[in-house]
Each structure stands twice: as C-alpha cells, then as structure tokens.
Design a protein around this ligand. Structure first.
Ligand code: FE
Ligand code: FE
Ligand code: MG
Length: 171
C-alpha cells in the first residue's frame, strides 16, 4: 500500500472511499454486461444505430470498471472479487432486457445512465476537497455518463420521430 498517496486524504478515511468505489465498481460491471447483452438481443427499427451505440457504451463501462479498480487498489482496498456480489452491492438495479424492442432497450439504458449520473455526482460531492485523485477520476466518469445519457436520449427521440413519420406516410 502506498502510504504517501493515502496520507493526502483530508477528512475522509480511505476505507470509506474504497467502500463507495466498490459499489460503483459493481455498477460498472453490471452496466457493461447489460450493454453487452442488449447489443446481442435487440430487435426492430433502426437497430443498427442502437447496436453501435450499445457496443461503444459497453466498452466505456468496462474502462470505467478498470479506472475504479485501479483507484481501489491505490487506496489499499480490494475490488469485489466475486460476480455474485455485483447485484448485492450495486447502487443501480440490473435491468434484464426482457423486451428486446429498440425503444424499450433504449429506455432501460437511459434509466441506467441516469442512475450512474446520480452515483458519480454524489461521489464527486463526497470526495471534493477530501480526496482529489478520486474526485478527478469520478468527475471523468461522470462526464462520460452524461454523454451516454445524451447519446441514448437523442437516439430514442430520433427513432420515435421516425416511427411517427412512417405512420403518417402509411395513412
Ligand atoms: Fe460507467
Ligand atoms: Fe454509462
Ligand atoms: Mg455514445
């Protein structure tokens, strides 16, 4: 454990930060898997545009898991070791894509991003001025999650508009 790196924490214990980061770590693995499997099962109109976005987001969530794991280790903690612990310790619910239709998958994914934004926004509030390195990492991840929500919402709106157009042309 790197002592000087931990000694710069001000008014917060490393163990407290590790516990919070481990919960976010579980969220990231679940988000990764949710995107991975959604990209496989998704069906319907403008599916290809959605698949491209889902695959890109899966890669981002895996990268977030890595960033969080590295910070946990720097703080003298251990990333959660068993996948059984992921759903037990996560902040956000895992939503299985039981309905594989494009709009329903996108709706679920948007909800997931909104939860992630709340989690990282709160982690930024907790670590600001107390653990600058974690603050920097969670701020970077927060910016990605905000982008994810925007990408998915824009796609959802485009597909919704497209469906309205098609219906108009049929009538
Ligand atoms: Fe993420
Ligand atoms: Fe995300
Ligand atoms: Mg994107």
């Amino acid at each position: 454990m790197a002592k000087r790196g931990i000694s710069i924490l001000k008014g917060i214990e490393a163990t407290e930060v590790v516990n919070l980061l481990n919960k976010a770590y579980c969220d990231e693995w679940l988000a990764y898997y949710q995107y991975f499997v959604e990209a496989k099962v998704i069906k319907g109109i403008m599916k290809d545009a959605a698949v491209a976005e889902l695959i890109q987001h899966a890669a981002d969530e895996l990268r977030h898991a890595e960033m969080v794991a590295d910070r946990i280790l720097q703080l003298g903690g251990t990333p959660i070791l068993h996948p059984n612990e992921w759903t037990k310790n996560s902040n956000c619910d895992y939503e299985a894509p039981e309905d594989p239709s494009v709009l329903s998958v996108l709706e679920q994914a948007i909800k997931g991003e909104q939860c992630a934004i709340s989690v990282y926004s709160s982690l930024a509030d907790i670590t600001r001025d107390k653990d600058i390195v974690t603050y920097d990492i969670v701020s970077q991840i927060l910016a990605d999650e905000v982008e994810h929500e925007e990408d998915l919402q824009a796609l959802y709106d485009d597909i919704g508009d497209f469906i309205v157009e098609i219906k108009k042309n049929i009538n």
